[in-house]
Ligand binder design. Structure first.
Ligand SMILES: Nc1ncnc2c1ncn2[C@@H]1O[C@H](COP(=O)(O)OP(=O)(O)OP(=O)(O)O)[C@@H](O)[C@H]1O
Ligand SMILES: [Mg+2]
Length: 458
């Protein structure tokens, strides 16, 4: 969940502090008033990067307000991992950014605290753009890819899922479910198995070398015979055979040493232990590789059910069913039972299927979480784009089914959605600089956090 966003010289914004309570928050205003920019500021604060139209913005300095030298973004968010509130601060300069991460003390970011809020007691956690990003990812339990897939549905990207190939779609959905977390476990086990295999190969080489030496040395029989011969000779000659005997005995000692080394723990013992390790690691690798499939398999029925309910809620007058196959290909069935693959469906229908599927995954994860705390946040930028007036009436209801998600942030031009929200942030561009005037309206009353308009445009 996010609690507070402060922007300074960020795109159209001069200086502004936003508060975000729980519940449904609508961000409204005319084209170019800065709605998406608010979401971009959040994304930038968390991950030091912004994507637009499925591309990462490469020149971050373009986020600095025209004519200004530096920009600044501060975001207070509650980490799902531990329930604590953190503040990430990033500054934008031409060609570089800086970052700090702080832990805030309990209650410091509640709304309506007035002036003291600018200087809350805080403990530094990390410093430096990359370090802060890594730490934030840890706290969120997800990286930017998972965040984009699960939390933040960008403007115009709502139907991205249906445009992906089945493999990429599966990947995106796995990322949404947090199942990519097992990839790193898998690669760790694999590298461990490789190092065991390297050691096994090394020991085998040593063994071969010792066996080779042993082949060149005389056998026990040959040594026995040589010693016997020396004994016989000793009775027949006055020659001193002691040095010769010493040499044969030395050779015998060498043979025994090599044999002992071959049987030793260093070779035989270690080899058996390593071979056992390798067996265990391969089994483990096999298991870990299948965890995502098993987990996803268990989630799938819930996802399908949520998606079907949501979709039929919106399009129930035309369609009787939505079926999602194992590759998350969606097929619609009209009221007469005719099959309509998504490729044949209309643009608005496509948007709705995608909306339903994304929300279904989010909802399924609220209850059946596999690898991390529930997302608790959903950000939708213009989810109703492409829907006719009939569907638009349904959308608030579909969004209302998101009650299980603690905080839903929606950018919208739809009156219906604005009315359904408990908290409205309205942007109205003013003057040539188009600096937005911000009005905050609390309606419906069920949100607890803020009792008054918290806009403090300076
Ligand atoms: N560096 C900048 N400084 C000032 N203004 C900028 C800068 N970069 C972009 N803009 C302006 O910011 C606006 C983009 O705002 P944003 O995308 O947030 O609009 P929006 O409210 O989401 O509009 P829409 O309803 O059309 O999606 C544009 O009008 C653009 O010209
Ligand atoms: Mg926009």
């Amino acid at each position: 969940m996010i609690r507070r966003l402060y922007v300074e010289n960020f795109k159209v914004f001069d200086r502004y502090e936003f508060k975000f309570p729980d519940g449904l928050i609508a961000i409204v205003g005319p084209n170019g008033s800065g709605k998406t920019s608010i979401l971009e500021a959040i994304e930038f604060a968390l991950f030091k990067s912004v994507s637009r139209k499925e591309k990462t913005v490469t020149k971050l300095q373009r986020l600095i307000k025209f004519g200004k030298e530096r920009g600044r973004v501060e975001l207070d968010f509650v980490a799902p991992a531990n329930g604590k509130t953190y503040r990430v601060v990033r500054t934008l300069h031409p060609g570089r950014t800086t970052a700090e991460l702080y832990l805030l003390e309990e209650g410091q970011t509640r709304a309506s605290r007035g002036a003291a809020e600018g200087h809350p007691k805080r403990t530094a956690v990390a410093s430096g753009a990359e370090k802060v990003t890594r730490e934030v990812q840890q706290l969120l339990g997800m990286d930017r890819a998972a965040f984009s897939a699960l939390i933040y549905v960008r403007q115009g990207e709502i139907n991205r899922l249906s445009r992906q190939s089945p493999k990429n779609r599966r990947d995106t959905l796995y990322a949404m479910m947090g199942l990519r977390a097992y990839d790193s476990v898998d690669s760790k086990i694999r590298s461990e198995r490789r190092s065991v295999e390297r050691e096994i190969a090394g020991i085998r080489e040593t063994r071969e070398r010792l066996e080779d030496i042993l082949r060149r040395l005389p056998t026990h029989d040959e040594i026995d015979r040589a010693l016997g011969l020396l004994d016989t000779l000793a009775g027949q000659t006055t020659l001193d055979l002691t040095p010769l005997r010493a040499v044969v005995e030395k050779v015998f000692e060498s043979v025994q040493e090599v044999e002992a080394e071959l049987r030793s723990d260093k070779v035989q013992g270690r080899l058996s232990a390593l071979e056992e390790d390798r067996g265990i690691l391969s089994t483990l690798e096999e298991i870990v590789r299948h965890i995502p499939e098993v987990a996803e398999y268990q989630l799938r029925p819930t996802i399908r059910e949520h998606a079907r309910t949501l979709f039929c809620g919106i399009f129930g007058d035309r369609y009787g069913d939505l079926r999602v196959d194992d590759n998350y290909n969606a097929t619609l069935y009209d009221l007469r039972g005719n099959e309509v693959p998504l490729t044949d469906a209309s643009g608005g229908e496509d948007v709705c299927v995608n909306f339903s599927l994304r929300v279904a995954v989010n909802l399924a994860l609220q209850h059946h979480n596999l690898t991390r705390a529930p997302p608790d946040l959903l950000v939708l930028d213009e989810p109703g784009a492409g829907l006719d007036s009939e569907r638009r009436r349904w959308l608030p209801e579909a969004i209302a089914s998101l009650r299980e998600v603690r905080q839903v942030l929606i950018v919208t031009h739809m009156q219906e959605l604005e009315e359904a929200a408990q908290y409205v942030i309205r942007l109205q561009p003013k003057g040539k600089g188009r600096q937005p005037e911000v009005t905050v309206i609390e309606q419906g009353g069920s949100t607890a956090d803020s009792g008054q308009s918290t806009g403090t445009n300076t």
